[in-house]
Structure formats: C-alpha cells, structure tokens
Design a binder for this molecule. Structure first.
Ligand code: SF4
Length: 182
C-alpha cells in the first residue's frame, strides 16, 4: 500500500495544537504505518515544505510575511489542507492584536510603551519577518478543504479527521464533541 504524505505546519499559534497531535500517543504508531510525515516541527528535519503532500494540518493564524509565504507554498503543494485549530480557523488568540488596528500600534505597544528601559523598534529587514496589518485566518488567504476546530482540537478529534482522510475520504465531523470551538 502506498503511504500518504502527511505534513503538519506551525504558523502563528502556541503549538498547543501540535501538542494535542502528540497526544495521539500509541495511535501515532498506526499512523506511521499509514503515512510518512514529510514536514513537521515535531516529526521531520525537512526545512523546505516539499512537493506532492497529500494532507497538511496547518496550525495558527497568518501573522507575518514568513507565515504568508509558507502558507502559499503549502497550498501550492498540498492536496487536502486542514485548518487545524481555532487560531487557523478564526485567528483566535494571535488575532487579539487586531484590536490595536495595525502592526505599527502593536510594535509600539510591545517595544516602546511597555519597555522597561531603552525601548526600540525591532528592525532587521530580511531577518525579522514583518507583521501583517492584521492576523488572518487561513481560509481568508487560501482555499481550505477541512476545518478542525478546538483550542486545541482534542486528540480523538484529530484522529476522527485523519482516519477518513487517510482512506481518501473527507471527514464528516458533527456534534459538539467534534466541532466545538475552544
Ligand atoms: S488553537 Fe489554541 S492550542 Fe491551537 S495554536 Fe491556537 S491557542 Fe494554541
């Protein structure tokens, strides 16, 4: 049997969704028989997002130019993109900075107004990615095939989505156990 090519991607999130993925515990061994993890912050040393990925779990909102560039590469090279967790679906916690209406007020607040001493704005073009004006959910920028809510989605919900996907089917998540935010 040909194994699926699975990726997990970390944008602007706390990595809690990835921790929940690791909570799949012994099912990860079954997953290893069904899929190769070809890109992931927790299961691969691959630095560049590869081509021909079957399924990608994308955690986090899109907060800066690095997130945006990676997301576009993910979309161009992935068949089924899963918006993984509340930050990916709604911007959620990272999106709270949107209340400050723009990247400049956010940077000023963090690096000047709240600085203990000698605050200065971070400036390192090409090294520090620029913040986008607003943190955006994934589906506002690229098409999404599957939404997997939760902060984080519990491991059983992740499994309930992955099992059909690995059979080549779209998951039919329903009920408060499987589609609840938070
Ligand atoms: S959805 Fe929750 S657990 Fe997942 S990255 Fe966002 S804050 Fe963290």
């Amino acid at each position: 049997m040909t194994k699926a090519r699975l990726a997990t991607v970390w944008l602007a999130g706390c990595s809690g969704c990835h921790m929940s993925f690791l909570d799949l515990d012994e099912w990860l061994l079954e997953l290893a028989d069904l899929a190769d993890i070809v890109y992931s912050p927790v299961g691969s040393d691959q630095k560049l997002y590869p081509e021909n990925v079957d399924i990608a779990l994308v955690e986090g909102g899109v907060a800066n130019t690095d997130n945006l560039e990676l997301l576009q590469r993910v979309r161009a090279n992935t068949r089924i993109l899963v918006s993984f967790g509340d930050c990916a679906i709604t911007a959620n916690i990272p999106g709270m900075r949107n209340m400050l209406r723009g990247s400049d007020p956010v940077l000023r607040r963090a690096y000047l107004e709240l600085a203990d001493a000698s605050g200065q704005m971070p400036q390192a073009p090409g090294i520090v990615p620029e913040l986008l004006e607003r943190v955006l959910p994934v589906h506002e920028l690229v098409p999404v095939e599957v939404y997997l809510p939760g902060c984080p989605p519990p491991a059983e919900r992740i499994r309930a989505a992955l099992e059909p996907l690995l059979r080549g089917e779209l998951p039919q998540l329903s009920g408060s156990d499987q589609i609840r935010f938070g």
